[in-house]
Design a protein around this ligand. Structure first.
Ligand code: ZN
Ligand code: ZN
Length: 373
């Protein structure tokens, strides 16, 4: 995370969670590695490692972070500087769940757990706290994380600018005769060169592969006249992520594809224009879907409109049919409708948009017109 976010916000965020826990009559929250831990402490940890790391937050008590002893240097380096967190280590050979259960307040009756806590661990803590009931920490954390501060929005804007640089240069790598994998390798290097610390994903989906929204890179050779969906993103030093899709054609696209694309462009533009505080996620989804349906492609828009973005590429709020969640000032999310004709090809246009008091602010600026290389 950037120092600005580190020092000014983590303590405030932790205080917000503690206040919400008290309001909800929850005695403790267990927060494990991932976006929630990073949001609260500046330390992300690893979601997949077998050694447990867990933040214990309990109203009226100091915050405690349980960490494996060998990872203590990592934690000390990443933790927000002036954050008041007591570090407690456990050693290989000790029962880490016993250590964790001992950090809970005596007589804790309601305990909130991180949605990404391994079930083996939450059930292990539950066995050691038979009197407690366990609830999800998500309602509290998701609500707080969905409303981005000015510093978070600037971090996302910086990420947007960095990924725009990569799309702007795409003609250097995307050419007929090269394979998706070759192009993907160059794009990944460019994502890092543009200032990201990690490459989170690279989709270069050509021809019929472009009809598969989450296509993997393949050894398929790119040919003239076919669409190529390029959906790329990475994490910045701030911890905040970029995610942007543009669709390209090497040479001349077919007339049918141009018609498909102009329908998609109209849908995406209308959705971005309609972002405003209070609009429901499902309403925003429906705006794009109805344009695509009117164009005759309704059955080929096979996914939601978008996802929230921040410390994780996909987080709340989701812009999806059936979601009655109103979009609020400070929400940051993608608007990425797509049309996919199986076996033929597809297109997607994706920008990150922030909901502001006066409407939507796009954080990606590269042209959304079909770009011919
Ligand atoms: Zn994307
Ligand atoms: Zn996305």
């Amino acid at each position: 995370m950037t120092d600005a976010i580190h020092t000014s916000e983590c303590a405030e965020r932790m205080a917000d969670v503690l206040r919400e826990l008290a309001t909800a009559a929850i005695d403790a929250a267990l927060i494990t590695p991932g976006g929630n831990l990073e949001y609260l402490t500046g330390y992300r940890g690893s979601i997949t490692t077998e050694r447990i790391t867990c933040l214990v937050l309990a109203p009226g008590r100091p915050a405690v972070l349980l960490v494996p002893r060998l990872e203590l240097p990592l934690v000390q380096e990443a933790l927000a500087g002036d954050l008041e967190v007591t570090l407690v280590t456990w050693d290989d050979g000790q029962d880490s769940l016993d250590r964790l259960a001992a950090l809970l307040p005596d007589n804790a009756r309601r305990i909130a757990v991180d949605e990404q806590m391994w079930s083996e661990r939450s059930s292990g803590v539950a066995e050691r706290s038979p009197a407690a009931t366990f609830v999800s920490a998500s309602p509290i954390l998701q609500r707080l994380r969905s409303s981005k501060s000015a510093a978070e929005i600037e971090a996302l804007a910086e990420a947007g600018t960095a990924i725009d640089v990569v799309h702007r240069q795409i003609g250097d790598w995307l050419r007929a005769g090269r394979t998706e994998r070759e192009v993907g390798r160059d794009v990944a290097a460019a994502i890092l060169a543009a200032g990201h610390t990690t490459v989170e994903f690279v989709i270069v989906a050509s021809g019929p592969n472009s009809a598969s929204p989450h296509a993997d890179l393949s050894d398929r050779v790119i040919r003239e006249g076919e669409p190529i969906v390029v959906d790329i993103g990475g994490r910045m030093p701030s911890g905040y992520n970029s995610d942007c899709t543009r669709t390209y054609v090497v040479g001349e696209p077919s007339q049918e594809f141009q018609r498909l694309y102009s329908t998609l462009l109209q849908a995406q533009r209308l959705q971005c224009d309609q972002v405003r505080p209070g609009i429901l996620a499902q309403e925003l989804d429906a705006i794009g879907r109805s344009v695509i349906e009117e164009g005759g492609y309704g059955e080929y828009f096979v996914h939601r409109t978008g996802h929230g973005i921040g410390l994780e590429t996909h987080e709340q709020p989701y812009v999806v049919a059936g979601s009655p969640v109103p979009l609020e000032v400070g929400a940051a999310f993608s608007i990425e409708p797509g049309i996919y004709l199986p076996g033929v090809g597809g297109a997607r246009i994706e920008d990150i948009v922030v909901c502001q008091a006066d409407g939507g602010r796009r954080l990606n600026q590269e042209s959304r017109e079909l770009r011919l290389l």
